[in-house]
Design a protein around this ligand. Structure first.
Ligand SMILES: *[C@@H]1O[C@H](CO)[C@@H](O)[C@H](O)[C@H]1NC(C)=O
Ligand SMILES: *[C@@H]1O[C@H](CO)[C@@H](O)[C@H](O)[C@H]1NC(C)=O
Ligand SMILES: *[C@@H]1O[C@H](CO)[C@@H](O)[C@H](O)[C@H]1NC(C)=O
Length: 403
């Protein structure tokens, strides 16, 4: 062996070590820590909701840029938009496009676990679904961003539950739609009948709330070992992937994408998810599926009567969602199935684009972390944003809608 070869081997070993060390660091860093590590400006902001929750917003500030508000999905946090690093993270790429990037954190996740009156060990803290997230967290966060940036409206980008809560916001507090310049919905979820996620289908079939709660935890979503084991076997056997990933609830719900997953980065994903949610959020989704309606949480006849003055939960009125909406969906999304997205498309009054990702096996989490997400999805989003910014009226005339 020449000295050169030895040096080369040592260099390679060094490089391998450097990557894995860096990956390990990223698994443990907070959103702010990640932004700082990669040399981006980072700000933490505190927002108070009308019902006492204390939320953290994370910002990649670009003063003067148009504000973009990013809202994560179930069991995720602001980290979802940057954990893949500067080349692939939507948050970073938006910043590079010149936007002032704000990332929300829903009540109950890693960064938003404080309340003026309750602490996270109390049931009262977890007394919410994404309904409350929509009518309290989103308005408080949106108002905060508009106030700080002195802009009349912002770009909203939501993933999964970040779209569900937006559609509820439009239904329940339509006055907020004036503050939305454009809403881009990644893997949108409202109607849920065709959901193919194994845990959702299974839980929908058991229909015994007591049984649910034993498996999911009564307050915070902390599933029992039985639950995790039941679904980990199916996921591992089908994909021959590591047990740690199979035992992760996020992947159990959303599935696993062999061709779009960067294995090297999985420790980082696992380090940041699941980020916390209430069990009622899961139950609410299960009810969407079993009722085949986009409606408020069903507390049972008695409580419904007290809360809603009717035996059945009220349906959300999607005609209130008057903001311009773009729907991006995919064939292999177990949660946001094309049939359900189509129904949503016809229920929304102002959809300006409906785009099926041109990659048949693209799944629910690939919208965030897919290896090719920048080419398959983000570039189109940036183009659409510019297009709407340049002339909203012209945009509509061009017949994008094509219903
Ligand atoms: C990351 O956190 C885990 C658990 O908190 C800990 O066991 C591990 O040593 C940490 N790794 C680094 C590189 O800090
Ligand atoms: C996967 O992640 C590693 C570590 O960040 C990176 O070096 C590599 O380029 C990524 N692979 C692909 C195919 O994007
Ligand atoms: C839904 O909202 C629209 C306008 O926001 C209103 O005209 C309509 O009456 C509402 N429908 C129901 C059933 O409340």
């Amino acid at each position: 062996m020449t000295q050169w070869t030895v040096t080369l081997i040592l260099l390679c070993l060094g490089a391998t070590f450097a990557v894995s060390q860096s990956v390990e660091d990223d698994a443990n860093l907070s959103t702010i820590g990640l932004l700082q590590k990669y040399g981006y400006p980072a700000e933490k902001h505190i927002v108070n909701t009308d019902d006492g929750y204390i939320l953290e917003l994370h910002r990649i500030p670009r003063p003067g840029g148009i504000p973009v508000f990013l809202m994560h999905g179930l069991l995720c946090s602001s980290a979802a938009f940057i954990l893949m690093g500067p080349k692939n993270g939507l948050g970073y790429l938006l910043y590079e496009q010149g936007y002032d990037v704000w990332m929300g954190n829903a009540r109950g996740n890693t960064y938003s676990r404080n309340h003026v009156k309750y602490n996270e060990d109390q049931s009262q803290f977890w007394d919410f679904s994404f309904h409350e997230l929509a009518i309290f967290d989103l308005p408080a966060s949106i108002d905060y961003v508009l106030h700080e940036t002195n802009h009349p409206s912002l770009h909203y980008i939501g993933h999964s539950q970040g779209t569900t809560s937006f559609f509820i916001l439009g239904s329940e507090r339509p006055e907020y739609m004036e503050k939305i310049f454009l809403m881009q919905a990644l893997a949108p979820i409202a109607f849920f009948k065709n959901c193919k996620s194994p845990p959702v289908v299974f839980l929908g079939a058991t229909e015994l709330t007591g049984h649910f709660l034993r498996m999911l935890g009564p307050d915070e979503f902390l599933p029992s070992d039985d639950f995790l084991t039941m679904f980990s076997r199916a996921l591992c056997d089908a994909n021959r992937i590591g047990l740690k990933l199979c035992k992760n609830t996020l992947f159990q719900f959303a599935g696993y994408s062999p061709t779009q997953t960067n294995e090297t980065m999985m420790p980082v994903v696992l380090g940041h998810t699941p980020a916390g949610a209430s069990s009622r959020q899961i139950l609410h989704y299960i009810q969407f599926r079993s009722s085949n309606e986009f409606q408020q949480f069903d507390f049972g006849l008695l409580q419904n009567r007290v809360r809603y003055s009717s035996l059945k939960p009220p349906k959300y009125n999607l005609s209130g969602v008057t903001a311009k909406v773009m729907l991006y969906y995919s064939q292999n999304d177990l949660l946001g199935q094309p049939e359900d997205v189509t129904r949503l498309y016809f229920a929304l009054p102002n959809v300006v684009e409906r785009y099926l990702v041109d990659y048949p096996s693209f799944n629910h989490l690939d919208f965030l972390w897919g290896i090719d997400a920048p080419e398959l999805l983000f570039e189109r989003m940036f183009k659409n944003m510019r297009y709407v910014e340049e002339g909203a009226d012209k945009f509509k005339l061009n017949g994008y809608r094509g219903k």
